[in-house]
Design a protein around this ligand. Structure first.
Ligand SMILES: [Zn+2]
Length: 70
């Protein structure tokens, strides 16, 4: 488990993995959406993420700029 061999992945792949594995807890109701996902949408040089809480319906949004992450 010591080797980190992600050199071939793209920035988007890493971001997608990151958001799939963390931060699935709704800040409003505390529901942990373990089966949920952040939906990602490319918009030019940035990626918009959106997560809909199945418990209370709260929508969280995040924007990541690809050009400033590398
Ligand atoms: Zn919620």
């Amino acid at each position: 488990m010591a080797a980190d061999r992600r050199a071939g992945t793209t920035a988007l792949d890493r971001l997608r993995t990151h958001y799939d594995s963390v931060d699935m807890v709704c800040p409003k109701c505390g529901y942990e959406d373990t089966d949920g996902k952040w939906r990602s949408e490319m918009n030019g040089s940035r990626v918009d993420y959106q997560h809909l809480c199945p418990s209370c319906g709260a929508i969280r949004r995040r924007t990541i700029r690809l050009d400033s992450t590398e």
